[in-house]
Design a protein around this ligand. Sequence first.
Ligand SMILES: [Mg+2]
Ligand SMILES: [Zn+2]
Length: 230
Amino acid sequence: MRTTFLCDFDGTVAPSDIGAALVRRFTPGGAGRGRALLAGWRSGTVGHRELTEAESAMMRVTEAEALAFTRGFGLDPHFAGFAGDALERGDRVLIVSEGFEFYIRDQLDRAGLGALPLAANRARFEGDRLIPSFPHGDSSCGRCGNCKAQHVRSARAAGDHVVLVGDGLSDRCAAEIADTVLARDGLLAWCRERGIAAHPFVDFAGVAAFARHAAGAAGAAPGLRRHAYR
Ligand SMILES: [Mg+2]
Ligand SMILES: [Zn+2]
């Protein structure tokens, strides 16, 4: 059975939350209002789409300034190796993000991973205004801008075993229904609270080892792969 790895970007494929850093860097005097919004997002009263729209309205940044800033960050140094192994086994790797496509695509291109599929929100720049759009908006979830649960459902509809790799709030809708969850930080704590089985990971060296082990277990015992994963 083929596996689809749905990988969160900010805080996962990129160890830093680049999107959050971008908002902090380019929101003039907006720290107070930004904090209230973030508190609402963490407590569940504000959805991620609403958060992104409100944050974007407060930001003042040109596309060139944004890219110059995000290029100060990079990917987990083990991610390329993990992705290469997975593709060689015939598995799929898809980046799913509530961040913006422009800086994620730029980061992937610069790491030689420009061919990896990516589903994220979009940004259009008009001078120093950033205007967000949500091409992956999903009517079954009124909160997310790019609900990751839809990507779990479509990979499963293609017959794949779906592994979610993530760290945060934006991964919750997917974590609830993925076949396997690899989690760290807030997502790991939340899965434990909710009784959702989740394997902790530290970085993509660990994710790669987990994936190789699971693939080996599947090879040794066909039909038991799902069980082996859990
Ligand atoms: Mg994240
Ligand atoms: Zn959702």
